[in-house]
Design a protein around this ligand. Structure first.
Ligand code: NDX
Length: 256
């Protein structure tokens, strides 16, 4: 049966960090080609409806750690912290897999990116789940540790911002519509990438709560992946709408 190999965790986390840097270097100047950054009307055959695409892409991030948690033998009863933290991760991906896709009004998603996105979700789902279920060790009073409580608070705050902002974006369109409008309300008052800001806060909160290398590597990846994307969204809005709010920043309220 499976056991903890610290070398494996170190290797997979380092590779995730390296992927983050690759992601950053690739997408600082040119954004990932999906959504508003995809060239118009190219190859409708190479795409899947947003609904199926997001469901398939994010499913492994829910399934892999959930299965690891359920199938571990003998079941891990102690400490509570590990199961709780693993459940937080699964909770986010439950939303992203089973709720978000069914309401999205996004444009069809490129198959090629879906494939890489899925691979990424298998990889990261395995790394986070494996670490928390087979390797992590917390003192019995971890639930009262400032890192756990502050991290959990940030996680919940970030998740709230992320879900609320996803909702505001969705409401910009009627069903079947694919046009872009100026997002309004919530944190969009201050930044163009409010949903991304929430997601980044969420994963840094998770990293602090788990105080683990894999979770910090994932938070860093998230920052490198959707940070630049927020910047490209911002530039797109400034270019497209002459009446775009001048005081709005790209990602971090009042700062950047
Ligand atoms: N999926 C994370 N890299 C990614 C998919 C692509 O979950 O090969 C990373 C994620 C993957 C990527 C993933 C990893 C890296 C990959 C990449 C593909 C290539 C890349 C694999 C896995 C790669 C290397 C080389 C390193 C291997 O029509 P539309 O779709 O634009 O509509 C949008 C709509 N909308 C508007 N509607 C009206 N008016 C407006 N002005 C609008 N603006 C937007 O709202 C969408 O329906 C919706 C949201 O759009 P957008 O663009 O704001 O968000 P989106 O990027 O689609 O993300 C959706 C949510 C969001 O909450 C975000 O925080 C979260 O998912 N997310 C996204 C990406 C990554 C991630 C989280 C993470 O890293 N944690």
């Amino acid at each position: 049966s499976m056991q903890c190999f610290p070398g494996l965790v170190l290797a997979l986390s380092s590779l995730l960090g390296a992927l983050a840097l690759l992601q950053l270097s690739l997408h600082l100047r040119v954004p990932s080609r999906y959504g508003k950054h995809e060239e118009r009307l190219c190859r409708p055959r190479g795409r899947l409806p947003a609904r199926c695409a997001w469901f398939l892409q994010e499913l492994p991030s829910f399934l892999v750690p959930a299965l690891l948690l359920a199938l571990r033998s003998p079941p891990r009863l102690e400490p509570l912290g590990c199961r709780l933290l693993c459940c937080l991760f699964c909770w986010h991906y439950f939303y992203r897999t089973f709720i978000y896709p069914f309401f999205t009004r996004g444009r069809p998603f490129p198959l090629q990116l879906l494939f890489f996105g899925m691979l990424f979700c298998i990889y990261n789902g395995f790394l986070q789940g494996y670490y928390l279920i087979y390797c992590a060790e917390y003192p019995n009073d971890w639930c009262t540790d400032i890192r756990f409580t502050a991290g959990l608070l940030l996680f919940l705050l970030g998740m709230g911002i992320n879900i609320h902002s996803d909702l505001l974006l969705r409401q910009l369109r009627k069903p079947g519509e694919v046009t872009y409008k100026i997002p309004q309300g919530g944190l969009f008052t201050y930044v163009s990438g409010a949903n991304y800001f929430g997601e980044i806060v969420e994963w840094f909160g998770f990293a602090i709560a788990t105080w683990s290398l894999p979770a910090f590597a994932f938070a860093f990846f998230t920052l490198c992946c959707i940070g630049p994307r927020a910047y490209h969204h911002h530039r797109y809005y400034l270019k497209t709408f002459t009446d775009y709010p001048k005081s709005r920043k790209a990602l971090i309220p009042f700062v950047f």
